[in-house]
Design a protein around this ligand. Structure first.
Ligand code: ADP
Ligand code: MG
Length: 599
């Protein structure tokens, strides 16, 4: 049959971002818009007087908010018009521009016209709001076959309704987006998916978190200039908010985020660091509000937490680990988030579209981590001394590939070595889990207890786990790779060859990689590590000397040149004495110096 007639696209018309998907040859496809899977729901007129939609419009919203329309979804179903280029437009008209852009992207991607669509709306949308959405679709040249609820779409993407007659399931969909929150209880019976209850807050979302972080940044910026009262000018404040959104996203995968905004106010720079814990404290009141809504939705549906079969996370803001752990605590059931929470609603809409077109439902396959991976650390002090526990870095059910990091600290003063032991399993105690391997991190700074070590785990699609430990204050790094599937030892000879080649091609400024036998990271193999480490240090010395020579040749202030020469002079004796610790210190010093001079 003509694909044109068959295709029914699925559209998630979001407050912050919109997504379009389709089932093509039995497979679910997210259609990229301007190279990205989602498009900001923004429309604007650029300085040249041209209409811009999506990412370009979002970008200009910082410099030209008066010519940009954001969050138009809030106005759907009302007569609240917006100004654009000196004229006034209804919300349906602006939404039609967004839908039209998605339609165009789909046509370009599929190579044929697209005219039929399923569009999603929040479960709380009333009749007027639904009709307005349908009208926006018509204005964009789309025949809107059906308007479906966002939680229903999410449930469809997670396979609801596919079990057919006799099946019964109670699901919870927790959707935390950019500007709105809603939570719904969804009942699936005999293949029919239906929203039983829904609650939410139309003014609660990731946007609030960005605002709170911007306020924090503003305070620090003011405090740095001893002028706490100074509020930032609007444009600087908007820029800061954008930077804070990026920091917030970083905090979903790592324990801290650095924010550096140069010339925030003409001359003043902002440079600050935000810790995940600090961020969590900041957003906790909003999250508690979402839990209250959740309680009400359960009560309205006459369901207890214990009766839920599945909890699904939807919306970009649910990537925040704190959201996941609070829900887990509240409901006692691990929330599912393996399908990208930004895309899951559009996927469900496309599945509904395929069903309307008479196509079979596609299976959504995602690679997920089948276990939790953790690090052994002191978690408390009991009767018999220190209590050790497994602290998760990557949790079961996370989509692969994934990179996550957590912060740990040294337990005693002047602790120069830590042992990073990696475990697989859901238990809190090491004996309940499988020990995958360990590595020693040596040569840490002699500082009081509390020296921060960032432990990062990366799991790739073939199940290989790479654990990396970094001393935060110096950047000293060690890493080890473990095969989580077979737990085979890595082939040290191959690895050595690879590393040697790697260092020849891309010699780093600091010693970086040390491969240890993953099955036994204790004292004996630390020996091998040292041998390995020395060759890495030597490679690093060579590269730093090269960089220094180049700089000296280029010329610089005499005092700087003297500092570089003095630093260089310390390196050779350390190599001769095979004093690796001293060499490391000298290399670090030289590296810092070069970093500053090369800038
Ligand atoms: P909406 O449904 O309102 O259009 P989305 O589901 O697209 O919104 O969510 C957008 C929000 O998700 C934004 O506030 C964005 O900053 C936030 N977000 C996106 N990615 C992450 C992440 N990795 N961690 C935390 N928040 C994120
Ligand atoms: Mg959404």
């Amino acid at each position: 049959m003509n694909p044109e007639l068959q295709t029914v696209v699925g559209i998630d018309l979001g407050t912050t971002n919109s997504t379009i998907a389709v089932v093509q040859n039995g497979e679910l496809v997210i259609i990229p818009v301007a190279g990205r899977p989602t498009m900001p729901s923004a429309v604007g007129i650029d300085p040249a007087g041209k209409l811009v939609i999506g990412q370009a419009a979002k970008n200009q919203s910082v410099s030209a908010p008066e010519n940009t329309v954001l969050s138009i979804k809030r106005g759907m179903g009302t007569d609240r018009c917006v100004e654009l280029g000196g004229k006034s437009y209804r919300p349906e008209e602006i939404s039609a521009l967004i839908l039209g852009e998605l339609k165009r992207a789909a046509e370009e991607h599929l190579g044929h016209p697209v005219s039929r669509a399923v569009i999603t709306v929040p479960a709380f949308f009333n009749e007027r709001q639904r009709l307005a959405t349908q009208d926006a679709g018509r204005l964009a040249g789309l025949d809107v076959l059906r308007i479906i609820n966002e939680p229903t779409a999410a449930a469809l993407a997670y396979g609801a309704g596919q079990a057919g007659a006799g099946s019964k399931e109670t699901l919870l969909v927790y959707d935390l987006g950019g500007g709105t929150f809603d939570v719904s209880v969804v009942r699936v019976e005999d293949g029919i998916v239906e929203v039983r209850a829904s609650h939410g807050d139309i003014h609660l979302g990731g946007d609030d978190f960005d605002e709170a972080l911007a306020t924090l940044g503003e305070e620090r910026f003011g405090a740095g200039k001893n002028d706490i009262s100074a509020a930032l000018p609007d444009a600087a404040r908007r820029r800061l908010k954008g930077a804070m959104e990026k920091a917030k996203i970083e905090l979903s995968d790592g324990p801290f985020a650095s924010v550096r905004e140069e010339y925030l106010t003409g001359t003043g720079h902002l440079e600050t660091e935000i810790e995940r814990r600090e961020y969590e404290r900041l957003i906790e009141p909003w999250l508690h509000k979402t839990l209250d809504c959740l309680q009400r939705a359960l009560a309205d549906a006459g369901v207890t937490a214990g009766e839920l079969d599945k909890v699904m996370l939807v919306g970009g803001a649910t990537r925040t680990p704190f959201v996941q752990s609070l829900l887990m605590e509240k409901l006692g059931i691990e929330p599912r988030h393996e399908i990208d929470p930004d895309l899951v609603v559009a996927m469900g809409a496309a599945i509904q579209g395929a069903a309307l077109a008479g196509q079979p439902a596609p299976a959504i396959l995602v690679d997920i981590s089948a276990h939790t991976y953790s690090v052994l650390a002191v978690v408390g002090h009991g009767l018999f001394g220190e209590e050790l526990g497994c602290c998760p870095v990557i949790r079961r059910g996370t989509a692969l590939p994934v990179t996550k990091a957590e912060l740990f600290t040294t337990a005693i003063d002047n602790q120069t070595t830590v042992k990073v032991e990696v475990f697989q399993g859901e238990g809190e105690r090491p004996e309940e889990n499988l020990r995958l391997g360990a590595m020693m991190v040596e040569g840490l700074s002699k500082v009081p207890a509390g020296n921060e070590i960032v432990v990062q785990f990366r799991i790739d699609l073939s199940g290989l786990l790479t654990a990396t430990a970094t001393e935060k204050r110096t950047g000293l790094v060690k890493s080890v790779t473990i095969d989580t599937a077979g737990q085979h030892r890595i082939n040290l000879d191959t690895a050595r060859g690879n590393l040697a080649a790697l260092f020849e091609d891309h010699a780093p400024d600091r010693p970086r990689l040390v491969v240890l036998d993953p099955e036994d990271g204790d004292a004996e193999s630390a020996e091998t590590a040292t041998v390995e480490e020395s060759s890495i240090l030597l490679a690093s010395a060579k590269s730093l000397r090269g960089r220094a020579a180049k700089l000296l040749e280029r010329g610089m202030a005499e005092s700087d040149a003297a500092a570089v020469r003095a630093s260089l002079a310390e390196i050779a004796p350390a190599i001769e004495a095979r004093d690796w610790h001293a060499l490391q210190d000298h290399l670090d010093a030289l590296s810092d110096l070069l970093f500053y001079l090369e800038d």
